[in-house]
Write a protein that binds this ligand. Structure first.
Ligand SMILES: [Zn+2]
Length: 263
């Protein structure tokens, strides 16, 4: 899928989690719902850091372009080192290492560790990166025509303001994880979810997605998971734009309303 569909599906997924946790008695304070949805929308672009024309690889100028090259090289090396004789040969790392559940768990765990150990600056860094991505993803065309620096400024100021909101008592720093020292531990959750939702989105497209690596399926370590071929579509096709994206908006709206107990 393309950037906007990934971001929308990420936001909708977090709003759905909000509805589920509200039903389970752990209702999110509204800042957790809103900020989590934005983080998840941003995180749903992150696995494409292995592709140089992806939104995330262009979002932070030379920094993300350099990181993209490194991630592509590492992904390709891991693919070559772990492929079985049934996995096809390939020439680059796109849709390999960063498109797996293990990667999702690693970056989510890493973000939670950063938020807990680096405290305010860690939280600000996580918010900044994901808010910039959310703006790029959700306001795709609009972000393209404005300058990168404006988007970074918007990301930095909103990160600062939202971190202040979360810090207020009862507004979400210690949602779900309530023991002392566990503030902001939940920040890793929308990041894991965003990456997984991205992988599921990609698995609906023609080439599938090796989400379960390194668990072997049918003798392949990089088995491209997905529905039967007849149910798949091409990235950027009308199914994505006219069916999936409106569906994500409706589902997100329903999820958000249920999370805040409006329905
Ligand atoms: Zn992808």
């Amino acid at each position: 899928m393309m950037g906007p569909a990934h971001s929308l599906s990420g936001a909708a997924a977090w709003l759905g989690v909000g509805a589920a946790t509200a039903a389970a008695g752990h209702a999110m304070p509204w800042p957790v719902l809103v900020i989590g949805a934005l983080i998840c929308a941003g995180a749903a672009l992150a696995p494409d850091l292995d592709h140089k024309s992806a939104t995330i690889s262009r979002a932070f100028g030379p920094l993300s372009r350099g990181l993209c090259e490194i991630v592509d090289k590492i992904s390709y090396a891991v693919y070559k080192a772990t492929r079985s004789s049934r996995d096809p040969r390939r020439s680059g790392g796109h849709r390999t290492l960063t498109h797996t559940w293990l990667w999702a768990a690693l970056i989510g765990g890493g973000a939670s560790a950063l938020a807990v150990t680096a405290e305010r600056w860690g939280v600000l860094a996580i918010l900044f990166v994901h808010l910039v991505l959310a703006v790029e993803g959700l306001l795709w065309r609009a972000a393209r025509v404005s300058s990168d620096i404006l988007v970074w400024l918007l990301g930095a100021t909103s990160a600062w303001i939202l971190a202040g909101v979360l810090d207020e008592p009862g507004k979400g720093a210690s949602w779900l994880f309530t023991s002392p020292g566990q503030e902001y531990l939940w920040l890793g959750l929308p990041i894991v979810l965003g990456a997984l939702v991205h992988d599921i989105g990609d698995s609906l497209t023609v080439s599938g997605c090796p989400i379960l690596w390194p668990i072997p399926i049918a003798g392949k370590r990089w088995y491209p998971l997905g529905p039967p071929k007849s149910m798949r579509f091409r990235a950027g096709s009308w199914v994505e734009l006219k069916v999936l994206m409106p569906a994500f908006m409706v589902l997100g709206g329903v999820g958000g309303a249920a999370a805040l107990n409006f329905i």
